[in-house]
Each structure stands twice: as structure tokens, then as C-alpha cells.
Design a protein around this ligand. Structure first.
Ligand code: GDP
Ligand code: MG
Length: 160
């Protein structure tokens, strides 16, 4: 099957990555940030944040008709989350690969969910599913002035 959203583009993109409350409670924050950092993507926003119910509902509004929606909102608001914005060529699809598929039992070993989780309802991390949603979600979770534009010194060693 052809999954266009899983094929990395050649465009510079932004994606919203969030460590969910279970990832924070289980002490996985450093481990998860590390995977994106070591890959070579660029961090442009980062904060620990207690998500209000309205924001969780807005973030997951496409899922509001699902039976698990109320549980999902409770989960995301059950403790602090780590909000991140990451930038890079093809970062949206590549981050989804690093994260693994929604059900951690089906996620490949080597992915975050494949290595660190066992249930869809506790799958430790979120990643935007398209460049459009990357932009939408970063705008939703970050206020003006919370994102940084900067040039990593390692850039010539990552890109020819
Ligand atoms: P994702 O893009 O891989 O995170 O998956 P979706 O966008 O389909 O769903 C968003 C989130 O809702 C998932 O990461 C899960 O935390 C949760 N979720 C999705 N499907 C289910 C389900 O069947 N049961 C429960 N409890 N949670 C679900
Ligand atoms: Mg999704």
C-alpha cells in the first residue's frame, strides 16, 4: 500500500511533538527528546505544560466522534505534557517513523512506541500527521515568542 503521509518530503517542515502525561510520569522525557535530537532535527520550541481540557479537545477535534474521545481528553489532561516544535527537511513523516504506529504492540522495535509502550491509550508521544497539521498544532500549543529561530553549529556536518 502507498502511504503518502509516510514518505518524507524534500521540504523544510515543522512538526508538533508532544510527550504525553504517561511519558512524563514514567521518566521518559530525556530519552524521547534524545531520539529526535540525535537524529539531527532542530528543536525550535520546548516547554512542560499542564494542558487545559478545551485545548485537548481542540487538538484532537478530528476524533471527537470516536467512543474513546472523552478518555483521550482525560488522558492528555491527566498531568503535564512536554510540548515541542521540531524543524527539518521531511521532519513530519520522519518523526512519525521514529514514533511508530498508533498501537505500540504493532510498532516496530526501534521506534519510541515499539520500545517504550504497550497500549494505544498510553502510547507516550504525539506527532503531527501532515505539514499542515504541524503548523496548526504548533500555533495551537505555543504562544508568540515561545519559538526560537537559531542556526545549529552542526549543520555542515548534517547536510552536504
Ligand atoms: P496517532 O496519530 O498515531 O497518535 O493516532 P490517532 O491520531 O489515530 O489517535 C490519536 C490518539 O488517540 C492516539 O495516539 C491514542 O492516544 C488515542 N487513540 C487512538 N485510538 C484509540 C483507541 O482505540 N482507544 C484509545 N483508548 N485511545 C485511542
Ligand atoms: Mg494523529
Amino acid at each position: 500500500v502507498f502511504l503518502p503521509h509516510l514518505v518524507a518530503s524534500l521540504e523544510v517542515e515543522e512538526t508538533y511533538i508532544m510527550i504525553k502525561p504517561d511519558g512524563v510520569q514514567r521518566g521518559l522525557v530525556g530519552e524521547i527528546i534524545s531520539r529526535f535530537e540525535r537524529k539531527g532535527f532542530q528543536l525550535t520550541g520546548l516547554k512542560l505544560f499542564q494542558c487545559p481540557k478545551e485545548l485537548a479537545q481542540e487538538h484532537y477535534k478530528d476524533l471527537q466522534s470516536k467512543p474513546f474521545f472523552p478518555k483521550l481528553v482525560d488522558y492528555i489532561t491527566s498531568g503535564p505534557v512536554v510540548c515541542m516544535a521540531w524543524e527539518g527537511v521531511g521532519v513530519v513523516a520522519s518523526a512519525r517513523k521514529l514514533i511508530g504506529v498508533t498501537n505500540p504492540l504493532n510498532a516496530e522495535p526501534g521506534t519510541i512506541r515499539g520500545d517504550l509502550a504497550v497500549q494505544t491509550g498510553r502510547n507516550v508521544v504525539h506527532g503531527s500527521d501532515s505539514p499542515e497539521n504541524g503548523k496548526r498544532e504548533i500555533a495551537l500549543w505555543f504562544k508568540e515568542g515561545e519559538l526560537c529561530e537559531w542556526t545549529p553549529v552542526q549543520e555542515p556536518w548534517l547536510k552536504e
